[in-house]
Write a protein that binds this ligand. Structure first.
Ligand code: DX5
Ligand code: ZN
Length: 215
């Protein structure tokens, strides 16, 4: 069954605990947290202080997506305060191997993210280190954007490579996932769906998560 990771970015920031309880009850698998630095992406969200607070109230494992330059400076702090999965953007560091190994050594699950326009082959060398690949299917920075169709081909190519090489790596897709396109995305080989506006913008979160999980 596909896992669902609602992205907190589209939740109601006046009452995050309320929205977290809603997705827990609806059967979400992870809480996806988007950390943005205003440099790697043209937006700023929140940092370790807020993640620490969320960690104290969330029953869901924290899926921390770092959209920041110099991720090595923050990896230890995020793992200490409860990040379960730590995702590093391929494009954000010249020392990807080192940072992913640091995540692993600190006891969190290492994951690598790749932007839409970056060729999928770029991350093949680090697949033996990671347990998850996050395919960005929009240009990172904002919720509510439209899924970029050519990312489906990247998912299919990655899936084939993982299978051909007997690797144990989940594929997560992030950006523009909706109830309408999720079937096609899952069919391409995805294990984890990140969904921000599709979940928190839904009038019936229980139903939306059930529909996505059933794919
Ligand atoms: C975008 C973030 C996503 C975002 C997804 O940079 O990484 O996690 O919240 O939002 P939706 O599902 O609305 O496209
Ligand atoms: Zn994300």
């Amino acid at each position: 069954m596909v896992k669902i990771a609602p992205s907190l970015l589209s939740a109601n920031f006046n009452n995050l605990e309320h929205d977290i309880r809603k997705i827990e009850r609806a059967g979400a698998d992870y809480l996806h947290l988007d950390i943005m630095d205003g440099k790697f992406v043209p937006n700023i969200t929140f940092g370790p202080v807020v993640v620490k607070g969320l960690s104290a109230i969330s029953m869901l494992p924290l899926d921390v997506h770092l959209m920041i330059y110099e991720p090595e400076k923050f990896v230890e702090e995020f793992t200490k305060i409860g990040a379960h999965i730590v995702t590093i953007q391929y494009e954000a560091t010249p020392h990807l191997d080192r940072v992913l190994n640091l995540v692993k050594d600190l006891g969190a699950i290492p994951s690598v993210a790749i932007n839409p326009a970056t060729p999928i082959e770029c991350i093949y060398p680090v697949l033996p280190i990671v347990k998850q690949v996050l395919i960005m299917s929009v240009n990172p920075g904002f919720g509510g954007q439209t899924f970029i169709p050519y990312c489906l081909e990247k998912i299919k190519a990655l899936k084939k490579y993982i299978q051909d090489n007997n690797l144990q790596v989940d594929i997560e897709v992030d950006g523009g996932v909706t109830e309408a396109n999720a079937k096609q995305i899952v069919a391409a080989g995805v294990e984890v769906l990140v969904a921000g506006s599709a979940v928190f913008g839904s009038t019936d979160i229980n139903k939306t998560i059930a529909v996505l999980k059933a794919l």
